[in-house]
Structure formats: C-alpha cells, structure tokens
Design a protein around this ligand. Structure first.
Ligand code: CP
Length: 327
C-alpha cells in the first residue's frame, strides 16, 4: 500500500478534495476487511507517531494506538500536562523536535480560540504530517468515520436526510467541532442536511456560509431550524448531540441558565418515531445518557453508534497509512 498523500496534513477535511476523501474511504473499507480476515497489514512497519492529548479521550486515543500497532508501527501517547508544553515550550519547538524523531504527529487541542491555531502552527514547522485528533473547530477523524458509517448503511443513495440536532447535556462544555465538521462534509456527499439548535448555540457564520457553498457544489442541501421536532420529522439519520455555546459565550462554565432552559432538547423514543421508519441514530460518543438521549434509543434498534465508533479504527488507520511514510 503506497502512502498516496504522504506528508499531507489532516486538520480539516475541507482541505481534502472529494476524490482524496473517497480514497481514504476506499482504504478504510479495505483495512476493515483485512482486519476481519486477519490479514497482515504492516504497511507502516517500524513507523512511529506521537499522539499529543490536551484532553481526555477513549475512541481517538485507542483507535490511533491500536491502529498504528496493526499497521506495524508504534504510537507514543503524550499527555501534554506531562510535557514541557506545560512549562511554555512552543508549538514550533515541539513540532520540529517530534517530527525529527518519527513519521507523524497527531494532536487533540480543543481549547476555544487556541486549538486549531496550535495545530496549524505545528503543521508549519513539522516535517511529517500533522493529524488532528480534534480541535476547537474540526474533528476530521470523526467526520470520516461518520461518513463511512452512513455509506455502509445507505450505500450510494443520494439525498439522505441527515439532521444534526443540538441536545441537552451537563457532562462538560463540549466543543463545536463535531457538528461543524458534519455540516461541512455531508452536503459534499449530496446529503440533505438540517442543523437544528436553540437560540444561543450558533455555529460560526463562516461555517454556515461554507456549508451552504458545499451543498451547492456537492448537490446536497443545507438548512437551519430552531424547531427540534421538525428536525426529527422524516429524517433518515439523526445526530442529536450537545455542543457548547462557545460562539456566543466563551465562559468555561458547563451549566448555566441558558442550558437549563433547553432540557427538553433530548432524543427520546417519541422523537425517533417522527423519523423515517428505518431512521438511524448516530452519536460520536461519549453520550450523556439520560440527558442527550434515552437509554432505550441509544441501546435500541435504530442506533448505529457502535458501528460508528468501530469505524474510527478503520478510518484512523487509513489516514495514517495514506499520509505517513519513509523520511
Ligand atoms: N468521539 C470521540 O472523539 O471520542 P473520544 O473523545 O473518546 O476520543
């Protein structure tokens, strides 16, 4: 397997053409088949990547660590609170040095107004690909796995009705990067995308404009509603998930009066019944069970969250296999 996009940074899928994303999806599919047939997939033998985490992770960390091991390489987990970053070492010095030791750098930094800039600064100075493991604006690894999962379920069907719906949660003030990535990506694949959220939970204007443009270019549609029930109505895929009010309010406080006023934004069986008969429930996870979603929905027949989470492994491997290579 040749690294067709060797050295290309993976910070937002917006900087990857549809043809390049299609290749990543093809490779993901192949790697999934090879995983199940126990085929040797040491395409990155002796290659190393550094995984820097400013925040917690289950899926992203383990899909990358397991994925690189299965590709014949090794991933080093780096808790940034234990790195010299915590004493002020710059992104430039960190990226320059880590890239001299290995073949890829991956980083999660979701601090509002900081994360994406940090990754871009590392990319400027790194001699190896920089892969986003989620920042304040984008979560391309999640977007790619979501797209793979939708394609597995719906095949090449066009105009799938996908509703990305804000949901109430108190677990933490979640980044906007998952819904932002989805509204940019799905219209490029001719999906009819609805974004639903209550007042105060806007995504950035530039992202909304880009989503509309992507819909025009990709043959999909994009619209916004503030009516939760309307977003569930007739949907083929629903993605009810919380995100923080970062655009309007940069406070780190998780719970405030605005959030509490929207407790009713929850994915219940009643809401699922409004969707198409075969509607699929997706969530990047972790879900705030009981708040964002009822157990009977996330554990029920419409849920494809574990398929979606598993695909994080296959897509992460595809991104590494296609971007990392010999020095
Ligand atoms: N969906 C996702 O990124 O999960 P983690 O935060 O566990 O990595």
């Amino acid at each position: 397997m040749k690294p067709l996009f060797k050295g290309k940074h993976f910070i937002t899928l917006q900087e990857w053409s549809k043809e390049q994303i299609d290749t990543l999806l093809d490779v993901s599919k192949q790697l999934k088949e090879e995983f199940y047939s126990n085929k040797d997939t040491t395409y990155l033998k002796n290659k190393t990547a550094f995984l820097m985490f400013f925040e917690q992770s289950t899926r992203t960390r383990n899909s990358m660590e397991a994925g690189l091991a299965q590709l014949g390489g090794h991933a080093t987990f780096l808790d940034t609170s234990k790195m010299q970053i915590s004493h002020g070492e710059s992104a430039k010095d960190t990226a320059t040095i880590l890239s001299s030791y290995g073949h890829g750098i991956a980083c999660r930094n979701c601090f509002w107004g900081v994360g994406n800039k940090y990754l871009r600064e590392m990319a400027e100075h790194s001699t190896v690909p920089v892969m986003s493991l989620q920042d304040d604006l984008y979560h391309p690894m999640q977007g790619l796995a979501d797209l793979m999962t939708i394609q597995e379920v719906f095949g090449e069907k066009k105009h799938i009705k996908v509703s990305i719906i804000w949901a109430y949660a108190t677990s933490h003030k979640k980044p906007i990067s998952v819904p932002l990535t989805q509204i940019l990506l799905f219209p490029r694949y001719a999906m009819d995308v609805t974004l639903a959220y209550p007042e105060g939970y806007d995504l950035p204007d530039w992202a909304i404009e880009q989503a509309k443009q992507n819909a025009l270019d990709g043959g999909g549609t994009f619209r916004i509603t503030h009516d939760m029930k309307e977003a569930f109505q007739g949907a083929d895929v629903v993605i009810p998930k919380n995100w923080g009010s970062w655009v309007n309010n940069q406070s780190d406080a998780v719970v405030d009066d605005l959030l509490e006023s929207y407790r009713g934004w929850k994915c219940t069986e009643e809401m699922i019944a409004l969707g198409s008969p075969e509607v699929k429930y997706m969530h990047a996870l972790p879900a705030d069970r009981g708040n964002e979603v009822e157990d009977s929905v996330i554990d029920g027949p419409h849920s494809i969250v574990y398929q979606e989470a598993e695909n994080r492994l296959h897509t992460a491997k595809a991104v590494m296999a296609m971007t990392m290579g010999n020095k």
